[in-house]
Design a protein around this ligand. Structure first.
Ligand SMILES: [Mg+2]
Length: 417
């Protein structure tokens, strides 16, 4: 496969490696990861449309489609039935998450050779802060090329890489020239504005479909449209907090550090409703799903948490947070859900809810300053929890994978819950 390399020219007067250690962030996104692994393991599938996900005769969605399948308009999260209608001769395969996780671990090990500052975002995506690995003659682009070569040589897979001064820009860049892309974002502030201006506003992190539609009604379609507004005008449309968020990102300003697994102090997920919700049962259901998401992330990071936190925001933006300890450090969905619901029910909410959030904190080892011992966790966990509950959590994690969070709901299983 030909490597698509887009290098935006730097100005002649700027040195290739500035003297002060600049922020140089890589975002690596593996190409059609699940499908590419199936094609790697089964050479007869190479060059053919491959769809990894639910079988086409059942309810369920596509996890990943190979690039051959994408030519038929098949994409992630599409119902498998629709994918089958678009390309009946595609090879449909069930996901093998264990195999994907194994390869993912090998890929992370390669990243670790370039820098200790690696933040895995999902099974096939990570941020790398390579600022400390820059040398004269070895800039961020050279590191990205080397990294892509290692992926091909050692894993036999391609990834697309964005090289930029921060995480937001790196993530935008890695997605621009897939597959096998290498996209470099300029470092000069004006060049960054030009780089972002033509892109749709939906590229801004946090701007979903509904927000994008609302902004389009105001004539704001591209990031350049946002750049032309001052923050106060924007705030009249979107509210002050969100205005600051998109105003900064539209200028390519993003200070978020690359956070390694060991640095993480809390894990949380929240959901803002498109319309404020008065059906408390529906909000409770959403809280359950958020707790399951957090549980999955917690288990993926081999951590046990001591404390659950919920956050509730009302239509008038009044926000409440409540926290409570678990009976014992845990990573189990049962305990997370029970704690979340208990905290929620105690609030006796009777007004419309705009946002609900769930998180966990107080990770085991944080206070004790124990050396990091992953093997300790499953053992302690197992002592406290039934095998059935653990098996259910594992099965749910596996089935949900990346896009499948809607594939099943806990009630459908008739499990311990
Ligand atoms: Mg990917």
């Amino acid at each position: 496969m030909k490597s698509k390399t887009k290098v935006t020219p730097t100005k002649a007067h700027s040195p290739p490696v500035p003297p002060a250690a600049p922020r140089r962030i890589l975002h690596v996104d593996m190409d059609a990861f699940f499908a590419a692994i199936e094609q790697l393991d089964r050479p007869e599938l190479r060059g053919r449309p491959v769809v990894v996900g639910a079988p086409p005769d059942r309810r369920g969605v596509v996890c990943t489609a190979s690039y051959e399948a994408r030519r038929y308009g098949i994409h992630s999260a599409m119902p498998s039935r629709t994918a089958f209608q678009r390309c009946p001769h595609a090879v449909f395969l069930p996901p093998r998450f264990e195999r994907y996780a194994e390869i993912s671990g090998r890929i992370l090990a390669i990243f670790g050779r370039f820098t200790p500052l690696v933040e895995p975002v999902s099974i096939d995506e990570a941020f790398l802060d390579v600022g400390g690995a820059l040398r004269p003659g070895r800039d961020g682009v050279a590191i990205a090329r080397e990294l892509k070569r290692r992926l091909v040589d050692e894993i036999h897979l391609t990834g697309s890489v964005g090289v930029a001064p921060n995480k937001f820009l790196a993530k935008v860049a890695s997605d621009l020239h897939k597959p096998d892309g290498l996209t470099v974002v300029p470092t000069d502030a004006d060049d960054i504005l030009h780089f972002l201006a033509p892109l749709p506003v939906g590229r801004i992190w946090g701007v979903g479909k509904v927000t994008a539609e609302n902004l389009a009604r105001l004539g704001i379609r591209t990031i350049g449209d946002v750049q032309r507004l001052d923050e106060r005008t924007l705030a009249r449309f979107t509210g002050a907090t969100f205005a600051t968020h998109i105003w900064r990102l539209a200028r390519g300003l993003d200070d978020r550090p690359v956070i390694t697994e060991q640095d993480i102090k809390s894990i949380s997920n929240e959901e803002t409703f498109e319309e404020d919700r008065s059906d408390i049962a529906g909000v409770r259901q959403c809280l359950i799903e958020l707790a399951e998401k957090v549980g999955r992330r917690l288990r993926a990071s081999s951590k046990l948490a001591r404390t659950a936190v919920i956050k509730v925001r009302f239509s008038d933006f009044r926000t409440l947070t409540r926290q409570g300890g678990f009976a014992f450090p845990t990573a189990g969905d049962r305990e997370l859900i029970a704690a979340g619901l208990e905290l929620f029910d105690r609030l006796r909410i009777s007004q419309p809810v705009r946002l609900i959030g769930f998180g966990v904190t107080g990770f085991l080892g944080e206070d004790e300053r124990l050396p990091w011992q992953p093997s300790l966790f499953p053992e302690m966990d197992a002592r406290r929890r039934t095998e059935a509950a653990r098996a259910l959590d594992a099965a749910v994690d596996e089935l949900r994978g990346r896009y499948g969070s809607d594939i099943l709901r806990r009630g459908d299983w008739g499990g311990p819950d």
